[in-house]
Ligand binder design. Structure first.
Ligand SMILES: Cc1ncc(C[n+]2csc(CCOP(=O)(O)OP(=O)(O)O)c2C)c(N)n1
Length: 516
């Protein structure tokens, strides 16, 4: 058995069953091994950012890592933006990066690069394989590292000769790490703060946004009068009918500071104290009032459910009923197509258990608000701010959850970054409905240009934020990659197309024209 086969056997033994790949010559033995050995589904992405984003979506929904297969430093570099997003989402991901054979490195052949240097910023764990016989152990260590809660990026750099040389048997099942518990002191301090009469916000994210955690937080809120908020951008948020309400922190500083205006105490669960996405001239970076008391009940890596349960017990709130949202739909709109009419159609027609992947940018506010009481669903958002995450992440979510409808809400600008994702969706026949919110501009940047206090707004400046001339035709682009597509120019057309997409299996793109 060669190194590649032994590596693969080890991954499979440890629950890794999907590989999002874009290989080259240095990965050929791994390609051959995947073809030969049962148990690893291989999904080709036509750009490495598709593979890494897909691994992010898979990790978020499966709760375990997929692997990527990438070609030396350049392949890894192409994957990096979505690895950054995955790192910010705390998604479990294993990168398998081929490199030149150990004895070939010294010649500095054209594809030679500092693979470790490129890996470090987007990885929690990096290892270069020293020889074929250590590969199974290295692979098992990589899986364990990726499974550190909530999830980590582990990167295994595999010189080609380590993959083709004779190796040893694959490693068996390793014990995967569990999340450490929050301390009793952290629970007691939180309980004291919540009962001292000061106005308190509990800010939650990451592992604290499961249905169970939201219900526990709701009991805390009922018992103490505190408010429960979540971060603006979250890895996975349980929403809709039967879930408990949670207020989302606004994106812009004015919104978030208004939400937290009179707050005297902030208790964090699975997140850190709220700060601005960017700095703006003359505005504070912190969203909370100066002098507010800050306390962390559970760190990002700690078991949020255990901490919230202990807090509920400490507050004697266990017998309270969690206030669960009732199904309430907004009704379909008619007439012009607007972000609001799209939001209404989306919230009305979305089936139960949908997975919403949100890169809707400035056009998406209504989709979020109006779906609060829609059918139960999970909401995945852009955690690292690097656009081009939505389409690839939808691939991974659909692979992890083949029985659930994935709805991808995407700005037209962001969609163009990783548009090749459509081809993979077609090839794998993934059940994804993509809604392109086609305003034909980088609208957020037009807003930001004014907000940062930039003094000039010439034609030349505005052209850098404009997507017209020529206009993008997402219907043709999509059809060209094998995904069925249609354009909606009115609310009624959108409703009809979206309803059809919800009732059919397989990928379908709707270009929602908002530029009129
Ligand atoms: C990798 C990366 N490059 C550039 C940006 C800067 N940026 C933020 S939003 C945006 C445009 C988004 O346009 P679109 O998806 O059409 O949404 P809209 O703003 O029009 O709602 C850009 C270029 C970014 N966040 N990430």
């Amino acid at each position: 058995m060669n190194g590649a086969e032994s590596l693969l056997g080890t991954l499979i033994n440890n629950g890794v069953e999907v590989c999002f790949s874009n290989p080259g010559t240095s990965e050929m033995h791994m390609v051959a091994a995947i073809g030969k050995i049962q148990g690893m589904r291989s999904i080709l992405g036509l750009f490495e950012g598709v593979c890494s984003g897909a691994a992010d979506g898979y990790g978020r929904m499966a709760g375990k890592p997929a692997c990527t297969l990438l070609h030396l430093g350049p392949g890894l570099s192409n994957a990096s933006a979505n690895l950054h997003n995955a790192r910010r989402a705390h998604s479990p991901v294993i990168n398998l990066i081929g490199d030149h054979a150990t004895y070939h490195k010294k010649y500095d052949a054209p594809l030679n690069s500092d693979v470790i240097g490129l890996s470090d910023p987007v990885s929690h764990w990096v290892r270069v394989v020293a020889g074929a016989e250590s590969l199974p152990r290295d692979a098992a260590d990589a899986v364990v590292a990726a499974n550190v809660k909530p999830g980590q990026i582990s990167t295994l750099i595999i010189p080609a000769d380590c993959a083709w040389d004779e190796s040893v048997d694959p490693e068996g099942v390793r014990k995967m790490p569990t999340a450490p518990k929050a301390t009793d002191d952290a629970v007691k301090t939180a309980a004291q703060m919540l009962t001292n009469g000061n106005s308190t916000v509990v800010l939650m994210s990451n592992m604290a946004l499961s249905e169970t955690c939201l219900a526990l937080a709701d009991k805390v809120s009922s018992a103490t009068g505190s408010r429960i908020l979540c971060d603006t951008f979250t890895t996975k948020l349980a929403r809709g009918e039967g879930r408990c309400k949670i207020e989302r922190l606004g994106y812009f500083a004015e919104q978030a500071t208004a939400q937290l205006k009179d707050v005297q105490q902030l208790i964090m669960v699975g997140t850190k104290a709220p700060i601005g996405f960017f700095a703006y001239p003359g505005k504070a970076s912190e969203f909370y009032p100066q002098g507010a008391a800050l306390h962390t009940l559970a760190e990002v890596n700690e078991d949020a459910e255990d901490a919230l349960q202990k807090l509920v017990d400490e507050l004697d709130a266990g017998t309270l009923d969690a206030r669960r949202l009732l199904l309430e739909k907004p009704g379909l709109a008619t007439g012009i197509l607007s972000p609001e009419s799209i939001g209404r159609g989306f919230a009305e027609l979305m089936p139960a258990d949908s997975i919403v992947v949100d890169e809707s940018a400035t056009s998406g506010g209504y989709t979020y608000e109006l779906s609060e009481t829609a059918a139960p669903h999970d909401w995945l958002s852009l955690t690292g701010g690097s656009i081009g995450f939505g389409l690839p992440t939808s691939i991974g979510a659909a692979v992890a959850c083949p029985d659930r409808k994935v709805i991808c809400l995407h700005g037209d600008g962001g969609a163009m970054y990783t548009i090749q994702s459509l081809w993979t969706m077609a090839r794998e026949n993934l059940d994804v409905c993509i809604v392109i919110l086609a305003n034909r501009k980088y609208q957020i940047l037009q807003i930001e240009l004014a907000r940062v206090g930039a003094q000039t707004m010439t034609r030349k400046t505005l052209d850098m934020l404009d997507l017209s001339n020529p206009d993008l035709d997402f219907v043709k682009i999509s059809q060209g990659m094998g995904v069925k597509a249609a354009r909606a120019t009115t609310a009624d057309e959108f409703n009809k197309l979206f309803a059809a997409a919800m009732n059919e299996q397989g990928p379908m793109l709707i270009e929602a024209m908002l530029d009129t």
